[in-house]
Design a protein around this ligand. Structure first.
Ligand code: C2E
Ligand code: CA
Ligand code: CA
Ligand code: CA
Length: 253
């Protein structure tokens, strides 16, 4: 189904968007490290819609900022009942990284929920740096000043450039699931994953593997020195009401 701009605005007005949460697990201990916030639209007719139905539209339409605000407010509100060491990771669209209002918006939202920004990870893809590296760098630095961690998402896809790793203050590198998926079958993928983890280590960045779906993949990643994993092996994204149960019985690989 295709969603139009009017329908998107209606959904926003009717408060139909909510965060789902996917566990991120420390590979060597199997302990929960935090959650990635993933947008979902609880549509009255079409059920739960995934981001590919509405993120691009929200970006074009200029409503992506409000959507991020809605997701963060819900997530910060719930975070108060989670163990304080757990981090939350949020996806920020490329052009939001050129908006100098983003850092003060996040700061005031976190302030009103008393959420310490040292627990927030901002996930960005490299395409965010194409338009204007200086702007993106300035906004990223502001977010870091507030205490946020910065993750480079989908690393290895698109036009990955080592220039970005050098120019920007990243804390985490997320290895795209396409590499993780093929690493148990193809030696080349395994070597690429190994090299990326090594690169992360030498730059002092934590590496997080996406799309971990088998114990074999998790074992290989751990052996290669990858710190954390995320994927169906550890749990699919769940709505907020399922978080307390997840936190009590963390996912066992
Ligand atoms: P992403 O940031 O790379 O998020 C990871 C995606 O991989 C999620 O898809 C997640 O459900 C899926 N995934 C996780 N583990 C596995 C696995 O083991 N196997 C497979 N096949 N898939 C797995 P989702 O939720 O459909 O989100 C898709 C993309 O939409 C995200 O990719 C992100 O780029 C974007 N997105 C989601 N929420 C937001 C948001 O609030 N703002 C923005 N700007 N983008 C968002
Ligand atoms: Ca992400
Ligand atoms: Ca990703
Ligand atoms: Ca992605």
């Amino acid at each position: 189904m295709r969603v139009g701009a009017d329908e998107l605005r209606r959904g926003l007005q009717c408060d139909e968007f909510e965060p789902f949460f996917q566990p991120i697990v420390t590979l060597c201990t199997g302990e929960l490290a935090g959650f990635e916030i993933l947008a979902r639209w609880r549509h009255p007719e079409h059920g739960i819609l995934l981001p590919d139905h509405f993120i691009a539209l929200a970006e074009q339409d200029g409503t992506i900022g409000s959507l991020t605000g809605i997701l963060l407010a819900r997530a910060f509100a719930i975070a108060g009942s989670l163990p304080p060491h757990l981090r939350l990771s949020v996806n920020i669209s490329p052009h939001q990284l050129h908006d100098f209002l983003l850092p003060p918006q996040i700061e005031s939202l976190a302030g009103s929920f008393r959420f310490p920004l040292s627990r927030l990870v901002i996930e960005i893809t490299e395409s965010a740096f194409f338009d204007n590296l200086e702007h993106a760098r300035a906004v990223t630095l502001e977010l870091k000043k507030l205490g946020c961690r910065i993750a480079l998402d989908d690393f290895g896809t698109g036009y990955s450039s080592l220039l970005h790793l050098q120019a920007l203050p990243f804390d985490e590198l997320k290895i795209d699931r396409s590499f993780v998926h093929s690493m148990t079958k193809h030696r080349e993928s395994r070597k690429i994953v190994s090299a990326v983890i090594g690169l992360g280590q030498s730059l002092g960045l934590a590496t997080i593997a996406e799309g971990v779906s088998t114990p074999e993949e998790a074992g290989l990643l751990l052996g290669l020195g990858c710190e954390a994993g995320q994927g169906w092996l550890f749990g699919k994204p769940v709505p907020a009401d399922q978080l307390p149960a997840l936190v009590q019985t963390p996912p066992q690989p």
